[in-house]
Design a protein around this ligand. Structure first.
Ligand code: UD1
Ligand code: CA
Length: 451
């Protein structure tokens, strides 16, 4: 169960806290992913504030039907939130893992250790604690003779209790039957007037020993405001970058490299400073990505070089292509092997064959281009007539001279040659020369006469 219903007042945001993105995913996706990795058979997310948006965002990450959602109508505290999931867990007996949606740095290892510590038969609850440098704001673990007695929230703690360094990390495994009974006994008589989930700890301590697993302080740091959001983001980023470096990716400046979750990188990729690889990006082996480039949802074949400041969005790029600097590949771009797209070349829904080149200043939209074709500088596919989009088709081995406009729908046959400066409005047969510009006239001595 992942609690995602809170508003997150301290974010001072129109958007629910758990929706704020970290590395391209809503914050709540992190604990959900960790629960699944640790072997949770089903995951129920408790939603409330902006319930629909939270449900949509998590479904977009994990796929329809993989998670269930329970609605907490009013946010009356973490205990009330868990209770809201009761119907969703109807008929379930056994261990319930409870996580908070605002703790993104948690690792699956810690979750697994917590599950393993669940004292089946001996007790009804296990939890995670740690000793951060500054325990302010967290619930404190109160022990007596070494044994956990209860948890007291910071706002309810006495001065002596506030001096306790051991804090409640906010994840638990509880026996389902105990859990529902304990929740029924919660009361909102506390500083925040809420039903605290943490009050079940005292009840569990009366029934048996509460097992405690310790965790590195960094893992359990939550997100309560934007400064914490950025700090947790930096840790996640460093973790992902380190993992890829150990997998054989060179990063010239890992501190400025942003790789989201859901990216896959081959060996010997080289990432220059300030590269962003967003979700869905797949790079083959030996791909070099130049400084300042941003790739999302794109697949890039082995040995391709993306020169600096290029932007690729939902594009498929073959092996050994050369792109940029300043190339812009928009959705639906599909490049075969060895294609070159140079500076200030924009493509959209363009399928370009093996070894074809457009090296300077072009717009190729709704285009099908064969192999070995050369598109000259300044070529534009005029694909839009103000109402509809039309296709430009260029065959194999075509030469398009500089500053050509191809007014779609139009087809240029294999081996045809379009003279520079032409406006092509009619199909060009294979191997023909098309020329549509005004013939040049030289007027001898014209400038001296003018003076
Ligand atoms: C909670 C714990 C505290 C612990 C800390 C660790 C309680 C009472 N306190 O405090 O002991 O040290 O986490 O980070 O549990 N939520 C709901 N519905 C609600 C209220 C909250 O779904 O009615 C969700 C929030 O969306 C959030 C999570 O529960 O994801 C935790 O709530 P939050 O208010 O942040 O609890 P803390 O004050 O941080
Ligand atoms: Ca919190």
């Amino acid at each position: 169960m992942v609690l995602c219903a809170g508003k997150g007042t301290r974010m001072k945001s129109a958007q629910a806290k758990v929706l704020h993105p970290l590395l391209g995913r809503p914050m709540a996706a992190f604990p959900v992913a960790r629960a699944r990795e640790a072997g949770a058979q089903r995951v129920t997310c408790v939603v409330g504030h902006q319930a629909q948006a939270v449900e949509q965002a998590l479904t977009a990450v994990f796929g329809a039907g993989t998670l269930s959602f329970a609605l907490q109508k009013e946010q009356r505290g973490t205990g009330d939130a868990v209770n809201a999931a009761r119907a969703a867990l109807e008929g379930f007996s056994g261990a319930v893992l409870i996580l908070y949606g605002d703790v993104p740095l948690l690792t699956a290892e810690t979750v697994k250790r917590l599950v393993a510590a669940f004292p089946a038969g001996k007790g009804v609850l296990s939890l995670v604690s740690c000793k951060p440098a500054d325990p302010t704001g967290y619930g404190r673990v109160v022990r007596q003779g070494g044994k956990v007695q209860r948890i007291v929230e910071h706002k309810d703690a006495t001065e002596a209790e506030q001096a306790i360094g051991e804090i409640n990390a906010g994840l638990y495994v509880a026996d389902a039957k105990f859990l529902w009974g304990a929740l029924a006994k919660l009361s909102p008589r506390n500083a925040q007037g809420e039903l605290y989930l943490t009050d079940i700890v005292a009840q569990a301590a009366e029934l048996g020993e509460v097992a405690v697993v310790d965790a590195p302080a960094q893992e359990v740091e939550g997100v309560n405001d934007r400064a914490e959001l950025a700090a947790r983001g930096a840790v996640l980023r460093a973790r992902i970058n380190e993992r890829w470096m150990r997998e054989g990716v060179t990063m010239v400046d890992p501190g400025s490299t942003l790789i989201e979750e859901g990216v896959s990188l081959g060996n010997d990729c080289v990432l220059d400073p300030q590269v962003s690889l967003r979700a869905g990006t797949v790079l083959g082996a030996g791909v070099r990505v130049g400084q300042g480039s941003v790739l999302s949802g794109s697949t890039v074949g082995d040995g391709t070089e993306v020169k600096p400041y290029s932007v690729l969005e939902d594009a498929v790029v073959g092996p050994r292509c050369v792109l940029g600097p300043f190339a812009r590949l928009r959705p639906g771009t599909e490049l075969s092997e060895g294609v070159h797209l140079g500076n200030f070349v924009e493509t959209k829904k363009a399928r370009i064959g093996k070894g074809s080149k457009a090296n300077h200043l072009a717009y190729l939209g709704d285009a099908i281009i064969g192999a070995g074709t050369n598109v000259g500088a300044g070529t534009i596919t005029c694909n839009y007539d103000g109402v509809h989009k039309h296709t430009t088709t260029l065959g194999d081995g075509v030469f398009i001279g500089s500053d050509t406009q191809l007014v779609a729908p139009v087809t240029v046959g294999d081996g045809a040659f379009v003279a520079a400066g032409s406006t092509v409005t009619k199909d060009v047969p294979a191997n023909a020369l098309a020329i549509s510009r005004v013939p040049q006239v030289n007027k001898e001595g014209w400038t001296s006469r003018k003076k």
